[in-house]
Each structure stands twice: as C-alpha cells, then as structure tokens.
Design a protein around this ligand. Structure first.
Ligand code: TRP
Length: 329
C-alpha cells in the first residue's frame, strides 16, 4: 500500500472549507492508502506562538473533526507533530539545503505573512516549509493530498529530497520524492462572499457548529445585493448561497438558479433549503463527534498509538539519513 501524509495546523476547529477541500477526500483515500494524518502543533506555533494554550486545546478538537467526518482509527495513523523527534532533527538537516531567498519568494509564505500582518518574519515562520518537508519525508510518504496553496511547499520538499539524495545518496535515492495529490474541488467561498472560508476571517461554518448556529449563519450569508424584494430578479452568479447550493445541493442547483433569475424563489426560502441540505450533511458528523466527545480517552489513545508508530518509522529514517551523511562517532 502506498502511503499518504496530510494534516492540519492545530489552530482551531475545522470548517466546511476544510471538509470540501480535503477532509472529504481523506475519508475516501483511507481505504486505498496507508494514511498518515499530522496534527501540526509545532507548525501552529509559527503563527500562533503567543497562544500555546489555544494550540493545545485545538489538538483534540482537530483530531475529533477528522474522526467525526468518517476517518476510522483502524485505517489511519494520526499523530502529534511535537511527539516526533525525527521531524525536528530532519528539519535541521534540511535547513542547510534551502536558501533564505527561496523561502522569501515562496508565494504561500508571502500571502500568509500578509494575512497575519507579519513584517519582519520569524526564522521559524519563514522556515516552516522546511519543517513540512520533514513532516512528509520522515515516514517516506509517497503522496501528499493538498490544496493549491500547499503546492509551493511540496515543490520545496521535492527539491530538498533531490538535493539530499545528490549530496549524500552515493548514487542511491535515500529519500523518496513525494508527489502531490491535488484537490480538484475549487476553494469554498466564505459566507461573506470572501474568496476563502477562513478560521481567521469570521466567515466560516464549522463542522462543530450546532443546528441553530448553522441556520443563523446561512441566514446572514451574502446574496445578490441588488435583490431586495422576493419578486426582484436575482443574479445567482454573485450570490454566496447559490455557490453553496452548487457544492452541497448540486441536483437542485440549476433549478434554483432559474427560479432566482425569474424571481420565483426568495432568498429566505432559498437559504432555508440550503440549511436543510447542510444539516443532512452535518447530522451524522455531529453524532460521531458526540460519540468521541464522550470518549476523550479513546481519542487520546488514537493519537498516542499513532505517534508511537510514527516515531518508530521516524527514528529509523533519522538513522538512515545520519548514516548516509556520515554523521557517526
Ligand atoms: N501547512 C498545512 C496547512 O496549513 C498543514 C500541514 C503541516 C501539512 N504539515 C503538513 C500538510 C504536511 C501536508 C503535509 O494546512
């Protein structure tokens, strides 16, 4: 079985954007691949270093988010980044193989720096793509399911691997070049019409949201601003709710657009229908979440067992790399 590695920073609960862009896909992939899920609590520090308690609380929340949508403990190795000493060690080795300029030109780093208001970037933040190369290679992952924004990081991982093999491999590939498994679903827009649903943007529906909360959020979602009365004709092309129907209610989407354009359905009814569809999706997730929330020890056990397994592989990788670099007494 080929191995995949993917995961999330532990900076708050996951939302529908994560579900559409990656979680949904993980659930499918777990059957075909040896699936490694990283709970990236160290990478979380690169942006949330002032909030360690928040990162800590998020670990179990993000773990439960993953389990609630249908990842099964017996199919996956879910582990905590900070428990894997190999990741820290590989990060140091790899840091010698990457130029500061290459990191400064990484488009995702630039976007995120702007988003977080970082001007003089910390060494850790600038270098997190190097640490991400360690996340991916410590366990010899074949494939990395990612969204568009992570592609530059994966390219860097591949460069590091090639560089390492060239320098220290003695003609052999000590490390495997990971391949991207690009998500094909377009990024989910925020409830406010922002191009991205984001934890820090306040425009997200969380997997952990209650029915009441989902209903209230959809009610406030941005629609065609020119449509004031029900009988006004609407433009679904500029309506967030229409976009969501396209993603979560594709069977009815065409019909709903027609009705909107002719004033045949009002925004209130259209939103109510979307809420119903979202509830259908979220209800089984809520049940699983409740199951795990009543069994937190079991969730911890999944992470402890996963981290042990990951550590065994990681320690072997460190030995192999040190040997090929000639680091020994
Ligand atoms: N950077 C990823 C994100 O922000 C999370 C992550 C950490 C990751 N390590 C990884 C993703 C390794 C894929 C592979 O979503």
């Amino acid at each position: 079985m080929k191995r995949i590695l993917t995961g999330d920073r532990t900076t708050g609960n996951l939302h529908l954007g994560h579900y559409v862009g990656s979680l949904q896909n993980r659930v499918k992939l777990q059957k075909e691949y040896d699936t490694y899920i990283i709970l990236a609590d160290i990478q979380a520090l690169t942006t949330h270093f002032e909030k360690p308690a928040f990162i800590q609380e998020s670990i179990l929340q993000v773990a439960i988010d993953n389990l609630s949508v249908g990842l099964e403990p017996e199919n996956i190795t879910m582990f905590l980044q900070s428990k894997i000493s190999a990741i820290a060690e590989l990060t140091v080795f790899y840091s010698m193989l990457v130029s500061v300029n290459a990191l400064r030109h990484n488009p995702t780093i630039k976007t995120e720096a702007r988003q977080y208001g970082f001007e003089d970037l910390s060494y850790g933040f600038l270098g997190y793509p190097v640490s991400q190369a360690a996340d991916i290679t410590f366990c010899n992952a074949d494939l990395v399911p990612v969204g568009e924004d992570q592609v530059p990081h994966l390219e860097l991982s591949r460069k590091i691997v090639r560089r390492f093999n060239d320098l220290y491999g003695n003609g052999k590939a000590v490390l495997k070049e990971p391949q991207p498994l690009l998500s094909t679903t377009p990024r989910l827009v925020g409830l406010d019409g922002n191009a991205k649903m984001g934890k820090s943007l306040g425009n997200a529906i969380y997997l952990a949201d209650s029915s009441e909360s989902v209903k209230a959020k959809v009610r406030q979602a941005v629609t065609d601003p020119n449509r004031i009365r029900k009988t006004d004709v609407g433009n679904p092309d500029i309506c967030t709710v229409s976009t969501y129907h396209g993603v979560f209610n594709s069977e009815e989407h065409g019909n709903i657009c027609e009705l909107c354009k002719t004033g045949g359905v009002g925004c209130v009814a259209c939103k109510a229908r979307l809420t119903e569809k979202l509830e259908q999706l979220l209800l089984p997730f809520r049940e699983k979440r409740a199951y795990y929330e009543n069994r937190m020890d079991q969730v911890r056990e999944v992470i402890v067992a996963g981290s042990e397994r990951a550590n065994r592989i990681g320690n072997e990788t460190v030995e192999i790399l040190k040997n090929s670099m000639g680091i020994r007494l």
